[in-house]
Ligand binder design. Structure first.
Ligand SMILES: [Zn+2]
Length: 407
């Protein structure tokens, strides 16, 4: 039996639907202000986006970022978060925050983590003492953080696991853990709990899990357990199957997705929200995300390239000084990129801006009902030749009525 539906601290206003694909544009009203959907959410590990201040993140137009419960729970810790009144105050961030449950971080960071019905058992990275993250503890931590969107603790295993019995157990356990999270949640009137659909790459398991999760009537719904090295066509089938079964008027969040082509295809398959550490992590390796692909500015071909990182980019690095920006050139990044912090900082600003701007353009195209044309233009810029288009993207988009290969 599903428990009584919980209150919701969000509203979802659908602004437009693509007449060909499953793409939607909406405004998500959260406790710390409106958020345009579709959206990419930068990941601010340890309550600071590596290389960016909250002001810079705000200037880039970010209105919803992601914090890690695992990191905040270790430092500053729950008592400090309670004393200061949550993570918004702790990091001077006036906009919205989404937190993960902490479970994925533990399973991926701590080799000795072990999942039981009670929760995730692990050894403290501080003193090696045994600890247990239960659904109740995860929600309690997220209640102290005060994030606008909180995630259920789920039993997540890699999608490429061939063990169907374990996959089924993880899916069913995630449903039982959602019920425990709902029971433990103290502030449903100001924090929105999202469920997480599991089931690996097995579409029947995904359908069963979706039905169970939808019956719990949480304010938003996530599709989890993906981005674990599975083939992209298998990924697309899972997203397409799940979104086909979800209620129209709730936000849909696909966890761990951030490559530009994955974002635009996932939107066409009916997803609204995404997060990934890749745009900021790759900046630390000298990589700039542009409409024509990723450029490694550590490459000597850029040593005398005095153009901006990307022509026409409105980020503070790329804008000229006359235009109120820094007027940073590719050659400058090339020369400072060995000195880790400066180059990484500048590229992080550019990459975050790129991702946020991409989603703004996606949203405009959906509202004006020209998303199929947008997709063709996007892939046309990214690959100089149609023969180079990734097969999975061509197939997935054909499945929702867009033929990238036609003129
Ligand atoms: Zn830029």
């Amino acid at each position: 039996m599903a428990p009584v539906p919980m209150p919701s601290a969000l509203s979802f206003e659908l602004l437009g639907k693509c007449s060909v694909t499953k793409a939607r544009a909406a405004t998500l009203q959260l406790p710390h202000g409106p958020v345009p959907l579709p959206i990419f959410m930068p990941v601010a590990t340890q309550a600071s986006l590596k290389g960016l201040t909250p002001e810079q993140l705000e200037d880039a137009g970010c209105r919803l970022c992601l914090n890690n419960t695992y990191h905040l729970g270790l430092k500053p810790g729950q008592a400090t978060l309670d004393a200061i009144g949550g993570a918004h105050k702790f990091q001077s961030w006036p906009h919205n925050i989404l937190t993960d449950s902490g479970g994925f971080q533990m399973v991926s960071l701590l080799k000795l983590a072990q999942v039981t019905e009670e929760g995730v058992r692990f050894l403290s990275p501080h003193d090696g003492s045994p600890m247990l993250l239960t659904p109740e503890h995860s929600i309690s931590l997220q209640n102290s953080i005060g994030s606008d969107i909180i995630m259920q603790l789920d039993d997540v295993i890699t999608t490429t696991s061939p063990d169907l019995a374990r996959m089924t157990e993880a899916m069913e356990r995630s449903v039982r853990w959602l019920d425990r999270c709902i029971q433990a949640h103290k502030y449903p009137e100001r924090q929105n709990l999202f469920c997480i659909i599991q089931g690996g790459l097995d579409l029947d398991l995904r359908r069963k899990c979706t039905a169970e999760m939808v019956a719990r009537d949480t304010p938003g719904i996530a599709i989890g357990g993906l981005s674990g090295g599975e083939a992209k066509d298998a990924y697309c089938k899972v997203v397409d199957t799940c979104t086909g079964l979800l209620p129209e008027k709730k936000p849909r969040y696909v966890m761990g997705i951030g490559y530009p082509e994955d974002l635009v295809v996932s939107v066409a398959l009916g997803a609204d929200m995404f997060d990934c550490v890749w745009p900021t992590r790759t900046a630390r390796f000298g990589n700039a995300i542009t409409a024509r692909g990723v450029l490694n500015l550590r490459n000597a071909v850029y040593s005398e390239d005095f153009g901006p990182i990307e022509e026409g980019c409105r980020c503070v690095c790329c804008r000229s000084q006359e235009d109120g920006g820094l007027g940073i050139t590719r050659a400058y990044i090339y020369h400072v990129t060995a000195k880790e912090t400066t180059g990484a900082h500048l590229l992080t600003m550019h990459n975050v801006q790129y991702q946020l701007n991409l989603m703004r353009l996606v949203r405009e195209a959906i509202i004006e009902d020209r998303y199929p044309a947008f997709l063709k233009e996007f892939f046309g810029k990214l690959y100089d030749d149609k023969s180079k288009y990734p097969e999975w993207a061509v197939d997935a988009l054909r499945g929702v009525g867009v033929d990238l290969l036609s003129d």
